[in-house]
Design a protein around this ligand. Sequence first.
Ligand SMILES: C[S@@+](CC[C@H](N)C(=O)[O-])C[C@H]1O[C@@H](n2cnc3c(N)ncnc32)[C@H](O)[C@@H]1O
Length: 200
Amino acid sequence: MRIRTHTNPFNYFARMEPLDFKAIFPNFNNTFDFEVGFGRGLFMRHYGAMFPNRNLVGIEVRKSPVTLLKKKLEQEKLTNVYPIHGNAQICLEDQIPDTIIERCFVFHPDPWFKKRHQKRRVVNPTFLKTLAKKMKPEAKLYISTDVGPLWEAMKETVMESGLFDEIEDTSFWDTIYCTEWQLWSVKDQRQKWYGTFQRR
Ligand SMILES: C[S@@+](CC[C@H](N)C(=O)[O-])C[C@H]1O[C@@H](n2cnc3c(N)ncnc32)[C@H](O)[C@@H]1O
């Protein structure tokens, strides 16, 4: 069963230490992929195993799933996956070098239904502006949700940023996409919304 355990990302505002990705990844090649809000990290593990020649950095604001994922990655000897605990916006600003991300994944972000909480949504104009700076030209942003109004709001924010174009990329969604929330969503027969956007 899925339970929404919300952590207010604004509780994490402390600046973060820069990271040495050359030391972190055994096969670092000046690029990596980036997952925002990986939850329990099913996609992180799945993607790391599927693409041993790519590196994946993830950021998650809840601490306990990060600790659990680190243990699993050690057991599975996945050295191309690196989870970070904190707020995606601060992590991007302080820890992610410019023009390095090739693919960014935002799957089932928290909807923050109440109007007064909507400023906590992770896909917002500031986030997109910062992310675009960290992405390579033509890098891809993958977004999914099973909440219709959230999808409309996210798509509008992405298109209004003027930084991305929507593109077709069915092979990713058909063959690679796999997250815990997506599996619950399928089980609950919820409608799905997803899209791929390319950095201009
Ligand atoms: C609904 S869960 C989805 C988890 C996973 N992506 C999946 O599809 O199974 C959303 C996750 O995003 C995390 N999150 C929300 N805002 C965040 C932020 N600003 N920075 C990092 N993680 C965030 C939440 O803690 C939560 O674990």
